[in-house]
Design a protein around this ligand. Structure first.
Ligand SMILES: Cc1ncc(COP(=O)(O)O)c(C=O)c1O
Length: 386
C-alpha cells in the first residue's frame, strides 16, 4: 500500500458523523429525528439564482473563468462588502474561491511554511485547524472562555506567540458558539499580530447572519487583514461551492498565481448564478431569511434555560447555540447519544470543536424550521424532566 503523509494522523474525523449515521439508521427503522446537528441552512438557493444558473448553462457560460473569478462577480462582491458591511473594498482585492473552504486552503497554502504555527480559538470550526495542517503548518488551539465570548484575545496572542507563529485565524461570528468578537477586542488583537509581522485571517462566513449589532467587516481594520467569506450561509448556496477572499493589494498576484495552479478557477456556472444574489429583491429575501433565523434563536434561548441547557454567552450570529449540558451529564458525547436514542434529537458533542472542556457542551443548530425546533424542545422537555 502507498504510505500516507504523516500529517494525515493530525487530521481528526468528524466525530458527529458516527452519530449522524446512527440517526440515519434510526430513521430507516421509522423513528422521527429532529436534526439540530447540521451546519447548513434549511433554505436553498433563491429562485433567481436557480434561473440564472439555468440561463448560464444554456448560454454555454461553462468554460474556465479567470482564476480570481469573473470581473462582474468581483465587482458585485466588493459593492456588497461596502453596502452590507460598511467598508469599501477594491474589487481587485477580491478572489473568488470554492467556498470559504477553498479560500482558507488557498490562504493557508500561500502563507504557511512547513512547521509554521497558527493561533486559533478553542472551540472552533474543526476544518480551520485542518486547513493549516494540510498546508504543512501546525494549529495552536488556545482555550477561550465565555468571558471573552469564546474568542481569542490580544493578551492570548501575546502569551502564545512563538518564534514559529505565522499568524492567527479568527472566525466571527464563530462556529460552534455563534458569538462574535467585540470590534475593540479584534482591533487590539490585530494590532498585536501586526506588531509581530504576522497575518490575521478573519473568517466572516457568518457575518451576514448577525442579529444584534451592525454588521461591520474587519476590513475596516486595514488592508493587511485577510477576509474570508462565502455564498454558503447568508446566500444559502452551500453545494454550489462559492466563496471569496479579500486580500492585501500586495498579495493579490501571488494568490492569483497559486489559484491558477491549484484550481484553475471556481465553478463558472455557480459564479454566473451568484450574480443574481445582489439585486434589491434578492437582498430583501436574504434579510427576511435572516429574520427567520433570529426568530428561531429568540424562541430557543429562553427554552434552553428552562431545560437546564445553560447558554453562557448569548449567540449574536450564525445558527448555533453552544449549550453547557453539565447540569445533566458529565459527558456531552454520551449525552448526545442518549438524546438521539431516547428523544430523537440530534446535536453535536463539543469534542468535535477542540479540547477546551468539550465534555461540557453540545452544539445545537437552528437551521431547521420553527415547528421542528418546537418539537425538539417538547421532546427534550420530557427527556430532561422539565
Ligand atoms: C466557520 C466556518 N468557516 C468555513 C466554513 C466552510 O464553508 P464553505 O466552504 O461551505 O463556504 C464553515 C462551514 O460550516 C464554517 O462554519
Amino acid at each position: 500500500m502507498p504510505r500516507l503523509a504523516a500529517k494525515l494522523d493530525r487530521i481528526s474525523p468528524f466525530y458527529v458523523m458516527e452519530l449522524v449515521k446512527r440517526a440515519a439508521a434510526l430513521e430507516a427503522q421509522g423513528q422521527d429525528i429532529v436534526h439540530m446537528s447540521i451546519g447548513e441552512p434549511d433554505f436553498t438557493a433563491i429562485a433567481p439564482v436557480q434561473a440564472a444558473a439555468e440561463a448560464a448553462l444554456r448560454a454555454g457560460k461553462s468554460r474556465y473563468t479567470p482564476a480570481v473569478g469573473i470581473p462582474m462577480l468581483r465587482e458585485a462582491i466588493a459593492a456588497f462588502q461596502s453596502q452590507r458591511f460598511g467598508v469599501a473594498v477594491d474589487p481587485a482585492r477580491i478572489i473568488v474561491t470554492a467556498g470559504a473552504s477553498g479560500a482558507l486552503q488557498l490562504a493557508c497554502t500561500a502563507l504557511l511554511d512547513p512547521g509554521a504555527e497558527v493561533l486559533m480559538a478553542d472551540p472552533a470550526y474543526p476544518c480551520n485547524r485542518h486547513f493549516v495542517t494540510a498546508a504543512g503548518g501546525m494549529a495552536t488551539l488556545v482555550p477561550t472562555s465565555p468571558e471573552d465570548r469564546f474568542q481569542l484575545t490580544a493578551e492570548q496572542v501575546c502569551e502564545h506567540w512563538s518564534a514559529r507563529t505565522a499568524g492567527v485565524i479568527v472566525a466571527s461570528p464563530s462556529n460552534p458558539t455563534g458569538t462574535s468578537i467585540a470590534p475593540e477586542a479584534l482591533a487590539d488583537l490585530v494590532r498585536e499580530v501586526r506588531r509581530r509581522d504576522g497575518f490575521a485571517i478573519v473568517d466572516e462566513i457568518y457575518l451576514g447572519l448577525s442579529y444584534d449589532s451592525p454588521r461591520r467587516s474587519a476590513a475596516a481594520l486595514g488592508e493587511d487583514v485577510i477576509l474570508v467569506n462565502s455564498f454558503s450561509k447568508y446566500f444559502h448556496m452551500t453545494g454550489w461551492r462559492l466563496g471569496w477572499l479579500v486580500v492585501p493589494p500586495a498579495l493579490v498576484s501571488a494568490f492569483e498565481k497559486l489559484a491558477q495552479n491549484l484550481v484553475i478557477c471556481p465553478s463558472a456556472i455557480a459564479q454566473h448564478a451568484a450574480l443574481a444574489c445582489f439585486t434589491p429583491e434578492a437582498q430583501a429575501e436574504f434579510e427576511a431569511r435572516r429574520e427567520a433565523f433570529r426568530a428561531r434563536r429568540d424562541y430557543l434561548l429562553p427554552e434552553f434555560e428552562r431545560l437546564g441547557l445553560h447558554v453562557p454567552v448569548k449567540p449574536d450570529g450564525a445558527f448555533y447555540i453552544y449549550a453547557d449540558v453539565s447540569q445533566h451529564a458529565p459527558d456531552s458525547n454520551k449525552l448526545a447519544y442518549r438524546l438521539l436514542e431516547q428523544a430523537g434529537v440530534c446535536a453535536v458533542p463539543g469534542m468535535d470543536f477542540g479540547h477546551a472542556a468539550p465534555e461540557r457542551y453540545l452544539r445545537f443548530s437552528y437551521a431547521n424550521s420553527l415547528e421542528r425546533l418546537q418539537e425538539a424542545v417538547a421532546r427534550m422537555g420530557q427527556f430532561f424532566g422539565r
